[in-house]
Design a binder for this molecule. Structure first.
Ligand SMILES: Cc1cc2nc3c(=O)[nH]c(=O)nc-3n(C[C@H](O)[C@H](O)[C@H](O)COP(=O)(O)O)c2cc1C
Length: 322
């Protein structure tokens, strides 16, 4: 029998399981989002830095699956057409992360979609609540990809405490059902997983990167400015990108000044690495949950597995209740 866990979030989002696929730029495409939604979670396409052609193709790939799209908010500024493209597709939800959500809230709601705000601090949670977010994702710095300074364990209950009736979802470092169970115990109504789905059959990550992730662990991850520097993305202060450590992160860490002085050459080297799928020069973007990734099955199987594990974990067979 299929394991079941339900929270009020499920009713709000129209899902069977309180599990969301994180909108991973370049990794969570239409097929992965549709697979997670088809299995009863909510799949979010990673709209990322906003390539309209890529987004159009991935929305088409999702077909008529009930999915959402996530955007890097500061990159949406001045690019409203991207948001409109997602809304015209009829997405169920728009997730905004890393920037002010208020300028977009009315447009999302007017289209009949739900607004999910991923936040990295209590101050951002308050601002998102004031802007009318329907769901808050509290993201800890254990996460793969960009994140702030806070850790998931204390951030989630603190956000729950100020969120009132707005459901909170935990993200960052959740790689299996134990993490989902922990999130629920902290007062969250669900969990959003990125790294776990990086290693899934429908992930758009390259073959070498996916294979490397299965061998790596959380100890192998670092937070480094190097890839934003190489890509030329002007990230606002306060965020850092967590990836697996590789030759590029090591070269930068050894002498940041020398690295920046040779930036043109480093960029050329980086572009060659990207084109060749060389994971020593290009980023493999996963978080501390890398410890928990040992296989890359179809995403639907992962959804079922994580829920079943959470049900078992919530029974906490190793805890004796006096
Ligand atoms: C490969 C990758 C790409 C990501 N890209 C984005 C992104 O474009 N926008 C975003 O809001 N979050 C992005 N994230 C962060 C996720 O939204 C989420 O917070 C994170 O994956 C949760 O932590 P976990 O990786 O430990 O599951 C990315 C994460 C990963 C692993």
């Amino acid at each position: 029998m299929q394991a079941m866990l339900t929270t009020p979030l499920c009713q709000l989002l129209g899902i069977r399981h309180p599990l969301l696929l994180a909108p991973m730029a370049g990794v969570a495409g239409g097929a992965l989002a549709a697979a997670v939604s088809g299995a009863g979670g909510l799949g979010l396409i990673g709209g990322g830095y906003g390539d309209p052609e890529w987004l159009g193709a991935e929305l088409a790939r999702a077909g008529d699956a009930r999915i959402g799209v996530g955007f890097i908010t500061w990159r949406l500024d001045g690019r409203m057409a991207l948001l409109d493209m997602a809304l015209e597709h009829g997405v169920a939800a728009v997730l905004l992360s890393f920037g002010e959500v208020a300028p977009y809230a009315d447009r999302v709601h007017a289209a009949g979609a739900l607004l999910i705000a991923q936040v990295q601090s209590l101050a951002q949670a308050r601002a998102a609540l004031d802007a009318g977010a329907d769901v808050i994702v509290a993201q800890g710095g254990e996460a793969g990809g960009h994140a702030g300074q806070r850790a998931t364990l204390p951030l989630v209950p603190a956000v729950v405490d100020i969120a009132g009736s707005c459901p909170v979802v935990a993200a960052g470092g959740i790689g299996d059902g134990r993490g989902l169970a922990a999130a629920l115990v902290l007062g969250a109504q669900g969990a959003m997983l990125g790294s776990r789905f990086y290693a899934s059959a429908e992930s758009l990550a390259g073959a070498a990167a996916r294979a490397r992730v299965l061998d790596a662990g959380g100890d192998d991850t670092v937070r480094s400015p190097v890839f934003d520097l190489l890509r030329g993305w002007e990230w606002p202060a306060g965020y850092a990108l967590r990836t697996l450590a590789n030759q590029a992160t090591a070269r930068h860490a050894a002498d940041p000044g020398a690295f920046e002085a040779a930036l043109a050459a480093e960029r050329a080297r980086f572009e060659r690495a990207q084109a060749a799928g060389d994971i020593e020069g290009a980023p493999v973007i996963v978080g501390e949950a890398a410890d928990l990734l040992h296989d890359a099955p179809p995403a639907a199987e992962l959804v079922e597995r994580v829920v079943a594990e959470a049900v078992a974990a919530l029974a906490a067979p190793h805890v004796r209740r006096a």
